[in-house]
Design a protein around this ligand. Sequence first.
Ligand SMILES: [Zn+2]
Length: 154
Amino acid sequence: MTTHRLRRCAHCRITYSYQSSGEGCQHPLNDGRYCPECMEVVLDALKGVPVRVECVWHPTDEIDLDTLLEWDADLDKHVRENPLGCRRVSAPLFRMDGGDVTEKMRTALVPGRGEHKGKTFKFMFWPSKPEEAEVTVEMEHDLETGEMRPWRNL
Ligand SMILES: [Zn+2]
């Protein structure tokens, strides 16, 4: 059986089709980590191939903190009700700036819903200063054109 899977190249970050089984899957340029173009260079010591896109957390005002907190609470509820549920989380940060050292930064990664489906948002704020909350969205930054588009985890 021939199986193709969509992958994101570990070097140039483009998406490509990886053949995980079947005739041809042993081709030296068919690699689960690198696209064929990069794999060719890997075989030649990975010289001269630039990274084409990078993943960045881009500030956004397309969604507000209250909405993200609501979605985050729903995710927590889902994880509590489903022992096999899991989610991407960020490590808590503690204040080092002279503020209350026991205060933990509130941060989470939240998948978008509705018209925002497919995007991942992140909020970060000190509970004592919610007005300074930073809301960002995970974006793909095209290093050649400067174009930004939502990052897709594949
Ligand atoms: Zn590549």
